[in-house]
Design a protein around this ligand. Structure first.
Ligand code: PMP
Length: 361
């Protein structure tokens, strides 16, 4: 349920209920006539789209009697955001947490996890998912040894896609249907295209289910980084097989059970470079401090809208194209790609003027 101005019981009551925001300046710059809309997930309490699944997986396990306060130890392999959501939920509810996190994931995520009271174990990024050294392998080993250890398992837990089918998707539909079409702001009052990145795939799978119930013709576009193997058809993955990518939270070397690849209409492969360029656009043009995978989703959306498949919708006034923006830049402040973007940009004419006035060379 959306929360209003009332006092909330805990941080968990402010999970989700995120805004859908027009990306008008980018749309105009790109020559689009459709509505380009960003679902901005960093306003959720823990800072990402994954708060929703953490809350739902914990509450479901509690209902099933699988979690006992003071005894259970929640262990989860994650790229960080599910961990932050779980650590937040467990701080409120009184469970211990251990997060296994591949080395490539940011220091900011580890710091947030530790600040919330979680133990963090780093694992080699290059370890295959089914190796004992991977974040999944280490979590399984800890679960076998630690009394009360339980893995809620976002890769297989149905509450992962359900969280998006029951919250993220309906919020998008509600925002669009409750904003009437006007001559100044035409709208089909439907979600016509949805673009989201895939990690576990829970987000895109749940969104596809929710949105297709409402508009069966909605085109679901998923983005997968070059070097990952989630995209369909498989040939899409062969060109850059094995390539490393810096963007966090999307892409895998196995297909998680919760990802229903057939429920996605089109897959696109994205590069780090185009992702980070799109992050910069979201910051500079729209004032949105999003993370790297938000850039992947936006760059995928813009590419699809320029393709033969997308150009008709791109030029249709009132068509609604929703881009899921999973987390915020808070998670990546110390990453070289961000520092370069923020601090090493070409000086603007205004910066030169300031330097002249202040006699700074
Ligand atoms: N972006 C970020 C930053 C994430 O942390 C995740 C979660 N792994 C995703 C995108 C992808 O979400 P999902 O796991 O639901 O596919």
């Amino acid at each position: 349920m959306p929360y209003g101005p009332q006092v909330l019981d805990s941080a968990l009551d402010a999970v989700g209920n995120t805004p859908l925001i027009r990306l008008d300046r980018i749309a105009q710059e790109e020559g689009l006539r459709c509505n380009l809309l960003g679902k901005v997930e960093y306003t959720s309490t823990g800072g990402s789209v994954k708060d929703r699944i953490a809350k739902r997986m914990v509450e479901a396990a509690e209902r099933e009697g699988k979690l006992i306060p003071g005894q259970s130890v929640v262990i989860e392999p994650t790229s960080g955001n599910t961990g932050i959501g779980l650590a937040m939920a467990c701080a409120v509810k009184g469970y211990s947490v251990i997060i296994t996190l591949p080395n490539k994931m940011s220091l900011e995520k580890e710091a947030a996890l530790r600040a919330l009271g979680a133990e963090v174990v780093r694992t080699p990024t290059e370890a295959a998912w089914d190796s004992p050294d991977s974040h999944i392998g280490v979590a399984l080993k800890l679960q076998r040894e630690i009394p009360g250890g339980i893995i809620l398992d976002q890769y297989r837990n149905i509450n992962n896609p359900l969280a998006h089918e029951y919250t993220t998707g309906p919020e998008i539909i509600e925002a669009i249907t409750s904003t009437p079409s006007t001559s100044a702001r035409p709208s089909s009052e439907n979600v016509d295209v949805l673009v989201a990145g895939a990690g576990t795939g829970g987000t895109v799978t749940g969104l596809s289910r929710a949105i297709k119930k409402h508009n069966k013709d909605c085109v679901i576009v998923a983005v997968d980084p070059k070097g990952s193997i989630l995209a369909v058809p498989e040939e899409l993955n062969t060109e850059d097989a094995g390539a490393q990518y810096v963007v966090e939270g999307i892409g895998y070397d196995f297909v998680p059970d919760v990802l229903a690849r057939a429920e996605v209409d089109t897959w696109l492969k994205t590069s780090d470079t185009e992702s980070f360029e799109a992050v910069r656009k979201l910051m500079r043009r729209e004032g949105l401090l999003v993370g790297g995978s938000s850039g992947s989703a936006l760059s995928g959306a813009l590419r699809w809208l320029k393709s033969d498949a997308g150009k008709k919708i791109a030029q249709t006034k009132g068509a609604n194209v929703v881009v899921l923006l999973p987390d915020g830049i808070r998670n990546y402040m110390s990453k070289p790609w961000f520092l370069k973007m923020a601090l090493e940009a070409e000086p603007s004419p205004l910066a030169h003027r300031i330097a002249d006035i202040l006699k700074i060379s």
